[in-house]
Design a binder for this molecule. Structure first.
Ligand code: FAD
Length: 512
């Protein structure tokens, strides 16, 4: 007998993960499936998660939202990459741009020609001079590729910084308009079916019961269904990524918003600065083995560049992932599925990726084990690749000024990362898995930004004479510079196209 189709989905949790799931599924499944969402104002959301990476644009397109409307409603700014300060050594900085470096010079990858032509005395400039996104970020400029009419470059990938609370509300409006039914209330009990142990229903404190065929656990770190009820298990990665706390605190905006995130390494972790239209988000991610909460808060307060605009929000986490992202009739998304610290703004992307992979494996009520295993394998690979990229930032460092840095620079890292580092050290090549999130340019930016340089460059660069390479490189560099100088400032671009109005009273509360 053919199993019946899924007719009811219950999403547990109304943070970014819950409302992203509701918005995507209600848009894509139309009215074919009933979608309910339960959340509890008393429990609340983590309220952080404000920096993204370029695929978020696809998510907005997928759910049919106009980008300028989204920017206005979430007080968003544009993001061209991340400026890393003090990671490799104190006083040293580098930029991880979203846009790739250069344009083709010959058969080898662009950075190989740069490595060959670079004499260390600035003959061909810095590698970052060849990334339109990095040059624009450094000059505080921005234009969407379609608006950059003078640009010789077809694309300059960008993402956004946005207010997490406003984003969840924005998605909620989209979802409710498409028929998602929201229930306010705190879940007190999860009921399992006799026999197969699948989830049958959740019960709220006031006695209401919500049953469904398929449950999406977006309940945050606690993983109410996937862990609390199904005891799925968690793979702990804190031996590689020892940060287990964060304190977040917004401040008033001073000066024009930068089109990039700032990440500054500190003694026991790192600090973020995320510019929004109405305020700046700040936070300190740290290891409690090396720093107390009070010290973290004091350090963060000292670094605010504007008046504090809220109370500190303390968060605790264990880096790692759920052993199965999907177990029985429960799929976990967002923090319920695992967490890797937000150094490269990957968590919201993993929600998006989890949703798109769900659509590739959408179940019926038979919940075919092969589909579930395949989904779990794909998500495991995605989490592990993100993990490796984040570990690289900690491990490839000369810092030895604090116990945290002495620990991470000498620790053994996953073999998959060791192979990547060794391959790059040899000939500057980047091994890239099919469908890997971070592309070659990202690995190059962080590897070289953190002092990992190849012993030799690709022999294929020899085919092009050196003076020709230098000439071509200088042409590319100048063309990028000229194109970027014609872009408006980031601030002017926003104010002429997508400036947000002042916040309504309900939105202006103490939200981080
Ligand atoms: P939550 O926001 O915690 O939502 C959980 C939901 O479950 C809430 O609605 C809650 O009410 C509900 N719930 C829980 N228990 C119950 C119950 N018993 N009954 C009813 N409802 C319940 N990601 C990025 O991509 N970029 C970033 O810059 C970034 N920065 C971060 C910084 C920090 C310090 C941290 C900790 C995370 C950051 N993240 C970032 C991750 C990002 O915040 C999350 O991925 C995102 O907010 C999704 O959270 P969530 O919806 O899974 O969980």
């Amino acid at each position: 007998m053919t199993p019946a189709p899924v007719q009811r989905i219950l999403i547990v949790g109304g943070g970014t993960a819950g409302w992203m799931a509701a918005a995507a599924l209600s848009h894509l499944l139309g009215g074919a499936v009933r979608i309910d969402l339960v959340e509890s104002e008393a429990v609340g959301t983590v309220g952080v998660g404000e920096a993204t990476i370029p695929p978020i644009k696809l998510f907005n397109q997928l759910i049919g939202v106009d980008e300028n409307t989204f920017i206005r409603e979430t007080q968003a700014t544009f993001k061209l990459g991340i400026a890393f300060q003090d990671w490799f050594r104190q006083g040293h900085g580098y930029f991880h741009p979203f846009s790739p470096y250069g344009t083709p010079v010959g058969v080898a990858a662009f950075h190989q020609y740069w490595l060959r032509a670079n004499d260390g005395r600035g003959a061909v400039g810095a590698l970052g001079d060849y990334s339109p996104g990095e040059v624009a970020a450094r000059l505080g400029r921005f234009a969407r590729p379609a608006d950059a009419t003078h640009s010789p470059f077809a694309r300059m990938p960008y993402a956004f910084h946005f207010d997490a609370g406003l984003y969840a509300r924005f998605l909620r409006r989209q979802s409710e308009a498409r028929g998602v039914v929201r229930h306010e209330g705190q879940i007190s009990d999860v009921q399992l079916r006799e026999g197969d142990g699948f989830i049958r229903a959740v019960r709220l404190e006031d006695g209401r019961e919500l049953a469904a065929d398929f449950f999406i656990d977006c309940s945050g770190f606690r993983g109410l269904l996937i862990e609390g009820a199904l005891k799925t298990g968690y793979e702990d990665w804190s031996h590689w990524l020892p940060a287990d706390r964060a304190v977040a605190m917004p401040c008033g905006r001073v000066g024009p918003p930068a089109p990039y995130t700032q990440s500054t390494a500190l003694a026991a972790g790192w600090r973020w600065r995320i510019p929004l239209q109405h305020r700046t988000g700040n936070g300190y991610v740290y290891s409690s083995a090396f720093l107390s909460d009070d010290e973290a808060e004091a350090t963060l307060r000292t670094a605010l560049d504007g008046p504090a605009a809220g109370e500190p929000n303390f968060l605790r986490f264990t880096t790692g992932r759920r052993r199965k992202t999907w177990n029985k009739n429960c799929l976990s998304l967002g923090l319920a599925s695992g967490f890797v610290e937000p150094l490269e703004s990957t968590s919201i992307h993993l929600i998006q990726s989890g949703l798109s992979k769900l659509l590739l494996s959408f179940p019926d009520t038979g919940f075919a084990p092969a589909d579930i295993e395949n989904y779990n394998r794909m998500m495991q690979a995605e989490f592990e690749r993100v993990r490796d990229f984040i570990i690289l930032h900690y491990h490839a460092t000369e810092r030895d000024d604090a116990p945290l840095w002495r620990q991470v620079r000498t620790m053994a890292v996953p073999d998959s990362l060791t192979r990547k580092i060794e391959l790059f050290r040899s000939r500057g090549r980047v091994f890239h898995y099919e469908d890997e999130l971070f592309q070659e340019a990202s690995w190059i930016a962080v590897l070289m930004g953190q002092g990992v340089f190849p012993a030799r460059c690709d022999p294929l660069t020899e085919i092009v004479p050196q003076d020709q390479v230098r000439h071509r490189l200088n042409e590319i560099r100048l063309a990028i510079r000229r194109a970027v100088e014609q872009m408006p400032t980031h601030e002017n671009y926003i104010s002429s196209r997508c400036a947000a109005g002042p916040l309504a009273n309900a939105d202006a509360g103490n939200r981080v």
